[in-house]
Ligand binder design. Structure first.
Ligand code: HEM
Length: 442
């Protein structure tokens, strides 16, 4: 049996300031020193293992997924603020809802949604200030939020409610980050009422969503949007979702769907701004097509270089940069034994830059995803996860990102003076200030 290196609690405590600021360099050094997988000792009850080993990752997420559920980080810490739904539950309860919700995201259903999506994108992109340097992250944040809101509710009169919902989800995320980074102060956050204040905000979000859902039911009109699909979805016994469950699932779609997409879009735009030669190639592809066509699905097939740029941006900056799992029973992986209850932290940021799999891993080379290369990345590229818990919104967000990047790049040349981009690893991997100038091509 092999034994893994364990990083001691003392070392973690000594380096806590650096880890709290940005844990990625700490893990990078550890992977370099101790190999693809190492343990971190966080106390008797906390058995944490970090890995960037491609085979181990596939084994946990796919091959032996039945032995690995979401950890308490999601099923308790996150769930208390976003509810108990697809993202935050395990076992039979999760499977029942995955079967019910997944059909709403099938390609055929998305063919209807892309029209709503493109309208929302068009409205948001009107907010770009031409020829001025500006931070695109807030713009992409609003865009991604509006796309989810419009795809769910296809209504134009929800601005105030949606603004409040966004404020609540942001405030709760900040609280969750505080709890995760300062776990030893959790008791104090409970005592001083902070956690309670945020739980009340979640209840306010639920009430707000309930109001929208009730109005839709009272209206009695079909809209062919995501909410209609969720209202029409049935369990195997033919019954619909209870109202509370429906609200939680909607809340989760907002939380899971907007920040991830905003991050990926912002990183993509920054990388394009840094590479004028790639912008030129992209413009050649875009010049040859009209974006204003009825058959959007066919259009998507013509935007392959746009897609490659987004895929490459998500390789370098995977919005979900850590995936967590907790083992249900003792297991043996690569000649090592792991106890029941081991929490695995899968580091996608490191895997996606591993020189064993990627030529020039630090460079932005969209062509590596060109289908003509006939390369299969499915063993070591997981921006949307892998196995049965793979992102349910993966096609949805790819379509959204392809349309957004296509619309922007057809109209503008992007310029940035920032030498490098700072990253802010929170729950998702966020960019810090993406300052770009949009120069009109017309
Ligand atoms: C660039 C955008 C996105 C990225 C990178 C992303 C990434 C991911 C990843 C890696 C997972 C799996 C997590 C795990 O295995 O623990 C996941 C799950 C999930 N995502 Fe996404 N996501 C994106 C956009 C979206 C969108 C737009 C939606 C919905 C509108 C969405 C809804 C969900 C849900 C509900 C889950 C949980 C699925 C389950 O456990 O059954 N995501 N996402």
């Amino acid at each position: 049996m092999k034994s893994l290196t364990t990083i001691s609690r003392i070392e973690v405590l000594q380096r806590r300031k650096e880890i709290v600021r940005n844990p990625l360099p700490f893990h990078h050094k550890n992977f370099q020193k101790y190999g693809d997988t190492f343990r971190v000792d966080l106390g008797r009850k906390n058995r944490w293992v970090f890995t960037k080993n491609a085979k181990t990752i596939k084994y946990i997420l796919q091959k032996n997924h039945k032995n690995y559920g979401k950890s308490v980080l999601q099923t308790k810490d996150l769930a208390k603020y976003v509810g108990y739904g697809l993202l935050t539950t395990n076992g039979g309860f999760w499977l029942k809802h995955r079967r019910m919700i997944q059909p709403a995201f099938h390609k055929k259903k998305l063919a209807n949604l892309v029209h709503i999506m493109q309208r929302a994108i068009g409205t948001e992109l009107k907010l770009i200030k031409e020829n001025e340097f500006q931070d695109v992250y807030p713009l992409m944040g609003d865009l991604a939020f509006q796309v989810v809101a419009q795809s769910l509710f296809s209504a134009d009169d929800l601005h105030i409610k949606m603004r409040r919902l966004k404020e609540i989800t942001n405030a709760n995320q900040q609280m969750l980050i505080k709890e995760m980074r300062l776990p030893y102060l959790k008791w104090w956050f409970r005592l001083n009422g902070e956690i309670n204040k945020h739980l009340k905000l979640t209840e306010e979000a639920r009430a707000l969503l309930n109001d929208i859902i009730q109005k839709r039911i009272d209206l009695g009109q079909e809209k062919d949007d995501l909410l209609d699909m969720l209202l029409g979805a049935r369990y195997e016994d033919g019954t619909p979702m209870a109202r509370r469950q429906l609200i939680d699932e909607v809340l989760i779609l907002f939380v899971a769907g907007h920040e991830t997409t905003a991050n990926a879009l912002s990183f993509t735009l920054y990388l394009l701004a840094k590479h004028p030669e790639i912008q030129d190639k992209l413009y050649d592809e875009l010049r040859a097509v009209s974006l204003d066509v009825e058959d959007k699905m066919q259009l998507l097939g013509q935007l392959s270089y746009v897609q490659q740029c987004i895929q490459e941006a998500m390789r370098l900056y995977p919005p979900v940069y850590f995936i967590d799992r907790e083992s249900i029973a003792k297991d043996e992986i690569d000649n090592c034994t792991f106890d029941k209850g081991t929490v695995w932290l899968i580091n996608l940021y490191e895997l996606h830059r591993d020189p064993e799999f990627w030529r020039q891993p630090e460079s932005f080379l969209p062509e590596r995803f060109d289908a003509s290369n006939k390369k299969d990345f499915s063993d070591y590229y997981f921006p949307f996860g892998a196995g049965p818990r793979m992102c349910v919104g993966n096609n949805f967000s790819m379509y959204e990102m392809i349309f957004t990047v296509a619309e922007i790049m057809k109209k503008y040349r992007l310029i940035t003076e920032k030498e490098s981009i700072e990253i802010n690893p929170l729950i998702t991997l966020r960019p810090e200030e993406v300052i770009i100038k949009f120069v009109s091509r017309i």
